[in-house]
Write a protein that binds this ligand. Structure first.
Ligand code: 5AD
Ligand code: SF4
Length: 472
């Protein structure tokens, strides 16, 4: 394999030609996705672009001509995982020297030079705004043996015209905006995914309608900061309302929100439309104003608490979850206790908790990180333990109650159970077969519902992450 870098950044998106055409190409692509929902949604875009050039997805890595990893850079650990996976992939390349290995996503953007120089098995590197070029870069690598790289960020690319290639299921993602302009001082996203841009609102509504016609029952509107969605004069609450009205039988959720941009109008829209789920994921990051300022989060704890209070007033059953970064540089014991206080006060249904991970290029990278490892482990543990206790308490309060759930899939742990979800985003495990006693007094097992059904379920058991129930 030659080491010439093929820089395709001067080819305008949409003008990329490839010598493979849909009918003559029989190449199989195996793709692994890491990181956030945005990445999973992007994988569907990449698969769609590839299928236009005749590439078919395979679930069998041993049978693939191309292996793609759609990567995440949010924390150091996420990147280590990819480097380790690349080491694993060497054996496939030894077995099949013609195999093409590609890195997509945030790591492609951030670590292109490192990947090219130090990971010789990587043939193709494509950043989040260059996915239209993936087929061409792969074709070129196959034909000439040259490496391909395309990592330019765009101010306009939203893949608005591309119909994502979805896997079967009753849940689907619709990406509504890309990028982020918030520049939280710890976060690499504005560097790896570039500036904010929003998709045409009419196209989003049409996509929701099409999905409903195809049998989808639950959609997630996705973006790095959906609350700053703006297309012409349509803001996020306007878009959400349009979608809710266009597909009144569809469950609608969204993520991720930034407290600074979450408007009263959005809460009103949520309260007004029954099919918009009663659930908000609102990252707090820290319960200390001093730390929030250093993180450039643009809100105070008081302002954040007001949003929480207002949401509960307007939607008493609302499910609330958050993200927390523990041990940001300079975080004192006092700051840490303030975070625990907010967790206690809000009583979140769940939280994603992380120890701060320094990321090159970000402002926080230059702050002194003087917190020792034992303290980091202890503080994170205190947050997790507290949140777990709250989640268990909240979930146990639901035992004996009846909830309406959407059956989404088979349970991951057993094919005798379904995984269903409440309006507030709690997963509920229910048996596939329900028993009924016939006229002769014999217990017969009968399947009464299927994936995609809305079912009333009586909750009979709960732990911190999952509810268990039976059809009511
Ligand atoms: N270190 C730790 N956690 C981070 N997050 C983002 N950047 C970092 C970082 N450098 C977390 C934030 C964000 C979530 C997606 O990931 O909590 O909300
Ligand atoms: Fe990162 Fe902050 Fe943007 Fe979220 S809002 S993606 S944490 S910069």
């Amino acid at each position: 394999m030659e080491l010439t870098n093929l820089i395709l950044n001067n080819i305008p998106a949409g003008e990329v030609k490839t010598s493979f055409n849909k009918d003559s190409n029989d190449k199989k692509v195996y793709i692994e996705t890491y990181g956030c929902q945005m990445n999973y949604s992007d994988t569907e875009i990449v698969l769609s672009v590839l299928s236009d050039f005749g590439y078919n997805e395979t679930g069998d890595i041993n049978d693939s001509d191309v292996i793609l990893l759609n990567t995440c850079s949010i924390r150091e650990h996420a990147e280590h995982k990819i480097y380790k996976r690349l080491d694993d992939l060497k054996k496939y390349k030894v077995r099949n020297p013609n195999l093409i290995i590609g890195i997509l996503g945030c790591m492609a953007e951030r670590l292109r030079d490192d990947l090219l120089e130090k990971r010789k098995i990587v043939d193709v590197i494509v950043g989040p705004d260059e996915y239209r070029k993936v087929p061409h870069l792969i074709d070129n690598a196959i034909e000439t043996g040259e490496k391909g790289i395309a990592v330019k960020l765009s101010r306009v690319e939203t893949y608005d015209d591309i119909a994502p290639l979805r896997r079967e299921g009753v849940t689907a993602w619709i990406s509504i905006m890309r990028g982020c302009d918030k520049f939280c001082t710890f976060c690499v996203v504005p560097f790896t995914r570039g500036r904010e841009r929003s998709r045409n609102s009419a196209n989003i509504v049409n996509e929701a309608k099409r999905l409903f016609d195809e049998g989808v029952k639950d959609i997630w509107l996705l973006g790095q900061n959906v609350n700053s969605y703006l297309y012409e004069d349509k803001d996020f609450s306007g878009l959400l309302k349009d979608v809710a009205v266009a597909v009144p039988k569809m469950r609608i959720r969204y993520t991720t929100s930034h407290p600074y941009d979450l408007s009263l109008k959005l809460l009103e829209t949520m309260a007004e439309h029954k099919n918009i789920c009663n659930y908000i994921h609102l990252p707090l990051q820290s319960g200390s104003d001093r730390v929030l300022k250093s993180m450039n989060r643009l809100y105070t704890v008081e302002q954040y608490m007001n949003v929480m209070k207002k949401s509960r007033e307007m939607m008493p059953d609302i499910g609330l979850s958050t993200d927390i970064i523990s041990c940001f540089p300079g975080e004192t014991e006092e700051d840490h206790k303030m975070t625990l206080d907010v967790i206690r006060e809000v009583r979140y249904d769940g939280a994603y908790t992380f120890v701060y991970s320094p990321r090159e290029n970000t402002k926080a990278f230059f702050l002194k990180d003087e917190i020792d490892q034992d303290t980091k482990t202890r503080r994170l543990d205190e947050i997790i333990t507290l949140q777990r206790k709250i989640s268990v308490d909240i979930n146990k309060e639901l035992v004996g109650k009846t909830k309406s759930v959407l059956i989404e899939s088979l349970s991951r742990k057993s094919d005798e159970f379904y995984m269903a979800r409440t309006d507030c985003n709690k997963s509920v495990i229910i048996p596939i077969e329900t028993g009924h006693v016939n006229e002769s007094g014999v217990l017969k097992m009968k399947r009464t519902y299927k994936i995609g059904d809305m079912v009333n379920v009586r909750i009979n058991k709960a732990n911190s992450a999952t509810l268990f129930g039976e059809a009511a």
